[in-house]
Write a protein of this length. Structure first.
Length: 311
């Protein structure tokens, strides 16, 4: 009797192990998709060495907030938390969980699976940035979303990690061993080039960068007329900014530019600003209320009737 019970217990153990292995190896390929991008984005599309959707994609700071919609199960919440823990351990990023209404990254969970383009595939998730601002220096991600359609079947949260990397701006690659390969395999790994790219992108401090992009000036007798364009191509808003117009070391006038958000261009046109009769050079100086990424591009000198364009 005892021998028979032992055999039965052994058979049940083998059956349980077989079922566990079956659950870890999906019989149908699981596809991981990129969430559709906004076609109206004005960011130039070019692939960088880090294989991002656009060049220099990053959030404004290394601290990124995320939140779950109410429909997300405990299992999906745990997988996302494990995924962000892995990224925090490997990179310079910090993730902060907040209510979804206040978060930069929305985590959506749906039991309605979209139809894949390839027959015989399941779609496990989608992800990507949903709002990007082109500052000319960076493609700054303001918001993103991930949609998780299926629970994780691997020991590690590969679906959640894959979709979060899309939100960070990284595209699929063609390496089947990579976490960013479009078809899931439980043996895939987080590529070192992704970690190195993240660390390089977020090494830059979160500061504004006011730049004089275009300017022209003319002088008639002792009156100067000019037009000048200033843009904030940094990562955060500038705070209160001012433009000094100088002749030599003498400030002819200071203009209040206000607060320039990232990517915002402000044009100032002035007619008949009084200057000296003899001076032929007018200088412009942009002053921000905070430090900047590059403070060497805040100055420009123009001779009368000279035009300078910066792109």
């Amino acid at each position: 009797m005892k021998a028979a019970l032992g055999v039965i217990a052994l058979l049940l153990a083998f059956a349980g192990a077989g079922y566990f292995l079956y659950m870890q190896l999906p019989t149908v390929p699981i596809t991981l998709q990129v969430m559709p991008q906004d076609d109206n984005l004005s960011v130039p599309h070019q692939y960088s060495a880090s294989k991002q959707f656009y060049s220099n994609m990053r959030f404004a700071t290394h601290a990124i907030t995320y939140g779950f919609e109410e429909a997300c199960s405990d299992k999906k919440r745990v997988s996302v938390r494990e995924a962000v823990f892995i990224l925090e351990s490997e990179s310079a990023l910090d993730f902060i969980e907040q209510p979804v209404r206040d978060a930069q990254v929305d985590v959506l969970c749906s039991e309605i699976w979209p139809e894949p383009k390839q027959t015989g595939h399941f779609i496990a998730g989608e992800g990507g940035p949903t709002e990007i601002i082109n500052t000319t220096l960076y493609s700054v991600i303001r918001e993103g979303k991930i949609s998780l359609y299926r629970d994780e079947n691997c020991d590690r949260p590969l679906i959640a990690l894959h979709e979060i990397l899309h939100v960070l701006g990284f595209d699929h690659n063609s390496n089947p061993h990579s976490i960013l390969y479009p078809i899931l395999d439980c043996a895939q790994e987080l590529d070192r080039y992704i970690v190195e790219s993240i660390n390089a992108l977020y090494e830059e401090e979160s500061l504004p960068d006011l730049v004089i992009m275009n300017a022209n000036a003319t002088k008639e007798r002792r009156y100067v007329s000019f037009s000048i364009e200033i843009v904030n191509r940094g990562l955060v808003e500038s705070g209160n900014a001012k433009l000094d117009v100088l002749e030599g070391d003498r400030v002819l006038r200071t203009f209040d530019l206000g607060n320039l958000d990232i990517g915002v261009r402000k044009t100032l046109s002035v007619q008949n600003l009084k200057a000296s009769r003899s001076g032929s050079e007018i200088r412009f100086r942009v002053v921000s209320s905070s430090r900047e990424l590059d403070e060497n591009n805040n100055y420009l000198a123009l001779s009368a009737a000279e035009e300078r364009n910066y792109g």
